[in-house]
Write a protein that binds this ligand. Structure first.
Ligand code: ADP
Ligand code: MG
Ligand code: ZN
Length: 633
């Protein structure tokens, strides 16, 4: 049986190799998954062979040899090919090629017999070479992978590789697109800073009469009150570029990096003058030098020194103004606050009622509000909110409205948004159970004391719908913009906070009290301690026994200092206990006297989940048959 080299036969060996290599390359990106033995598949189309098949077949060769037409045959076992020179062929004509098998004993036999001139031609066995290549590619890919991983981790671990290059970390905005119109509620600060715009726009107005233009302005205020916004607005109004960097960007692991960043920043700014440099959280670099545990921080000091040098360095009219922001002015190095540096200090405070209304107006401009939504009313509900909180409320309200598929934001969405911003996400209501009843008594206890104790803020609502960490909540409406609190008001608040625990005691007994009062008790202790140690509201007299909260171990202060003897310390604790005990007794008394009312309110609350303040007061009033404090509000 003579095998005929027809295309139907399995692929030749060398082609198998190529097939595998091709596959290998394809699969490399997929991390060298084991290559399926596709090349072995006999179903692989035979046309791959086409180019190598000439019309001259093995059969032709055998026939020609037998007929004595062949003058020379060369065989290459590796390529499985033969070259046949026929007799009488022109010398320059190419020999016929013919496909052969790896071993051709019959052919060789025949050649010997016919005395044809034949030989073996060996092309180098590139199958071995191909195998080597495949491996090289795989190894190369692996090395590449390892290098990539090493680079990544090097990048992540700081500037180890680019040490000293000081990547500029500041942002530059050619136009901030923010104006004073986008800032509301902090009018004093705005007025003060209006002047800075003039410094930037028309410095000659001041320099002409010999006035030096201030170099730095320090914005002081709690987070979210609009300090960054204000700085951007100044740049926007003056039409100058805005360079910003956060103080924490200066603080690096390596000494000198922060200082070189400061240099870079000022260099860039000088190229772009007039312009405004904004340094956020300057307390990160600007803390007092040479204090704090561990004797200070070289890197921070160098950075600060560089900053001071740069600020001293520019001429009076170079057109650069530095604005820095902080919420901890007390820890700043006094050298920063010296004239010629941040000598102007502008306080950016919490907005008042009118300010909040204006901020809400700004942040509802691009939102659809239902006509009944009165921004002044929302502002009334949100004392102590910053501009950022209010912006957040309006945004949450818009999200609620979209989720509820409403055409516009209604009061319900705004109220939910406020609750969410204050107390966290709403949870699913509890199922009726003993613990729900317990929570209801706890909350009604708060609300009832809040309503019956003179001087307490009025109840806004009581709810059993969990929110954030709380299982139930009693909201009070804080007295609008109350600047001061009286002693009896603080005591009333302590009693109100104790109302929850007191209710548990009255109804379930002292052994059945719960952990639900933990948070209340924390606040009570804080309030009572303040009365004794700071506000002079106890028999210890008018002495301040404690500093501003100074738990600050990063420098700037020497940790918490106690300014009193142990004996006084013991008396403070005693005074605190007396205040709390008195309030506790008062709360117990009120709740015991109103036991029946409490039961009724709890039943109603469990039924309805939420009771509004007005309704609550009305129920209490009906029951007691006398007018109530706070009901007028
Ligand atoms: P801060 O820098 O004081 O922490 P931001 O300036 O970053 O506060 O304020 C954050 C966002 O809150 C602002 O982008 C803005 O949308 C809003 N916001 C804060 N304060 C005000 C304000 N007074 N008027 C208008 N929007 C404000
Ligand atoms: Mg900011
Ligand atoms: Zn409570």
């Amino acid at each position: 049986m003579t095998p005929s080299p027809t295309p139907r036969l399995p692929l030749s060996r060398s082609q198998n190799r190529w097939g595998k290599l091709g596959l290998g390359l394809l699969l490399l990106p997929a991390l060298l998954a084991p290559a399926p033995a596709l090349a072995q598949d006999p179903a692989v189309p035979a046309f791959r062979n086409r180019e190598q098949v000439s019309n001259y077949t093995y059969g032709n060769l055998v026939r020609d040899i037998k007929a004595g037409k062949v003058s020379k045959v060369e065989i290459d076992p590796n390529l499985e090919k033969g070259w046949v020179t026929l007799k009488g062929q022109a010398p320059e004509a190419a020999p016929e090629t013919v496909r052969l098998f790896k071993n051709n004993p019959e052919l060789i036999e025949l050649l010997k017999k016919s005395k044809v001139n034949w030989g073996i031609r060996r092309t180098p066995d590139n199958s071995a070479l191909l195998g080597l290549l495949t491996h090289l590619v795989i190894i190369g890919a692996l090395i590449g992978l390892v290098v990539m991983v090493i680079r990544r981790s090097a990048n992540a671990s700081g500037q180890a590789m680019s040490f000293g290059k000081s990547k500029a970390r500041f942002q530059m905005e050619a136009k901030t697109g923010v104006g004073f119109g986008d800032v509301a509620g902090i009018d004093e600060a705005k007025e003060e800073l209006q002047e800075v715009v003039t410094f930037l726009k028309q410095p000659e107005k001041f320099t002409a009469i010999g006035a030096k233009i201030p170099r730095g302005v320090l914005l002081i205020g709690p987070p979210g009150t609009g300090k960054t916004l204000l700085a951007k607005a100044i740049a926007g109004e003056a039409g100058v570029p805005f360079f910003s960097i956060s103080g924490s960007e200066f603080v690096e692991m390596f000494v000198g990096v922060g200082a070189s960043r400061v240099r870079d920043l000022f260099k860039k700014a000088k190229e772009n003058a007039p312009c405004l440099i904004f340094i956020d959280e300057i307390d990160a670099v600007g803390r007092q030098r040479g204090v704090g545990y561990g004797g200070g921080n070289d890197e921070r000091e160098q950075t600060l020194n560089q900053l001071l040098t740069e600020m001293d360095g520019f001429e009076g009219n170079s057109g650069i103004i530095v604005i820095a922001a902080t919420n901890r002015p007390d820890v700043l190095d006094s050298a920063l606050l010296r004239p010629g540096r941040f000598d102007r200090q502008v306080v950016v405070d919490y907005p008042d009622l009118e300010g909040r209304t204006k901020i809400l107006t700004i942040h509802s401009q691009n939102k659809k509000l239902a006509p009944e939504v009165e921004l002044a009313l929302i502002a009334r509900r949100t004392p102590g909110f910053t501009g950022a909180d209010l912006a957040n409320v309006m945004n949450e309200a818009a999200i609620f409205a979209a989720r509820r598929r409403k055409e516009a934001i209604t009061l319900a969405e705004v109220n939910d948004a406020i609750d969410r911003v204050v107390a966290g996400m709403e949870g699913a209501p509890l199922v009726d159970s003993k613990s729900k009843r317990l929570i209801a008594y706890h909350e009604v206890g708060h609300a009832l004391i809040g309503t019956l104790c003179p001087g307490h803020d009025p109840v806004e609502k009581v709810t059993l719908i969990p929110r954030g960490q709380a299982k139930g909540l009693t909201w009070f409406t804080p007295d609008e913009e109350r600047a001061l609190m009286t002693r009896s008001q603080i005591i009333a608040r302590i009693a109100g906070l104790l109302g929850g625990r007191a209710a548990e005691e009255v109804i379930f007994g002292a052994d059945e009290v719960t952990t639900g009062a933990g948070n209340d008790i924390e606040k009570i202790t804080y309030l009572a301690r303040q009365m004794v140690t700071k506000l002079g509201m106890s028999s210890l007299g008018l002495v301040a026994l404690e500093n501003e909260d100074s738990a600050n171990y990063l420098g700037g202060d020497w940790g918490k200092r106690s300014e009193y003897s142990e004996e006084i310390g013991a008396r403070i604790d005693q005074e605190v206990r007396w205040i709390v005990d008195a309030a506790h007794r008062e709360a117990l008394r009120i709740l015991e006297e109103n036991r029946a009312l409490m039961d009724r309110l709890v039943d109603l609350l469990i039924d309805r989940e939420t009771l509004e303040g007005d309704e609550f007061r009305q129920l209490v009033g009906e029951f007691q048959d006398k007018p109530l404090a706070g009901a007028a509000k």
